[in-house]
Design a protein around this ligand. Structure first.
Ligand code: AP5
Ligand code: ZN
Length: 212
């Protein structure tokens, strides 16, 4: 199937997309991860305000559309089924996506602002394998060390309080209108993302099974 997962920063899109990719054998297409692996990419001939994605990302601002559109276009032509995570983030990107592909299901994961801030500022990420932890709710066995691969746990540059607040503001202004656009879509399903990860996952599985 062709799935889109939407929701604010910290809603659990990445966590649940990994479940979806594993369970349904689709490609996890994530602009956030793609940009993080190319943070120092040279944008100087693209007529953008800053010369690298890092300058936008660390502050929690959106990377220019032309950069992100190209990433998604390439990834989607290579994928059969997919779960798209982190795109579209504004109406212009939504328009681009419409020209690239149709969608079977749009999942909108909702979580309140206070909970999002707690999740984001407490998140710790393995520098090697990318596994998520949380400083209070999901601690590794050994302080600062990944259970899976032994890598170092770090805080994402954009998970500081200031950058996280900005990401939530950017989301409300630019991305929420996109969700409103999809609300009438046949496969649109709203998911309560405040529940525990397992409960969120079982709601998502149900939604996918109902629509495929
Ligand atoms: P991106 O990487 O997409 O970040 P985001 O949307 O801010 O999302 P996060 O990764 O922070 O959260 P998530 O919803 O995936 O939640 P997660 O599962 O990790 O984008 C980063 C930046 O890249 C943007 O700011 C922008 O600069 C740029 N960018 C990306 N796409 C772009 C685009 N299309 N256009 C322009 N720029 C773009 O979970 C979060 C935490 O909560 C974790 O610690 C997790 O363990 C925990 N958690 C998850 N689920 C639960 C639960 N149910 N209960 C309790 N804790 C939970
Ligand atoms: Zn690791």
């Amino acid at each position: 199937p062709k799935l889109l997962i939407m929701g604010p920063p910290g809603a659990g899109k990445g966590t649940q997309s990994s479940n979806i990719a594993e369970e349904y054998g689709v490609e996890h297409v994530t602009t956030g991860d793609a940009l993080r692996s190319n943070k120092q990419m040279d944008l100087s001939d693209m007529d953008t305000e800053y010369d690298t994605p890092a300058a936008y990302m660390d502050a929690g601002d959106l990377v220019p559309d032309q950069v992100v559109n190209a990433i998604v276009e390439k990834a989607l032509t290579e994928a059969d089924g997919f779960v798209l995570d982190g795109y579209p983030r504004n109406p212009a990107q939504a328009k681009e996506l419409e020209d690239m592909t149709d969608l079977d299901i749009v999942l909108a994961v909702s979580v309140g602002r206070d909970e999002l801030l707690t999740r984001l500022t407490g998140r710790r990420v393995c520098d090697d394998c990318g596994t998520n932890y949380h400083a209070e709710y999901d601690q590794p066995e050994e302080d600062g060390v990944c259970d899976g691969c032994g890598g170092e746990l770090i805080q994402r540059e954009d998970d500081t309080r200031e950058a996280a607040e900005n990401r939530l503001d950017v989301y409300e202004e630019n991305t929420e209108p996109v969700i409103e656009r999809y609300r009438g879509h046949d496969g649109f399903v709203e998911i309560d993302g405040e529940q525990a990860p397992d409960a969120v996952w079982s709601d998502i599985e149900q939604a996918i099974d109902d629509h495929t």
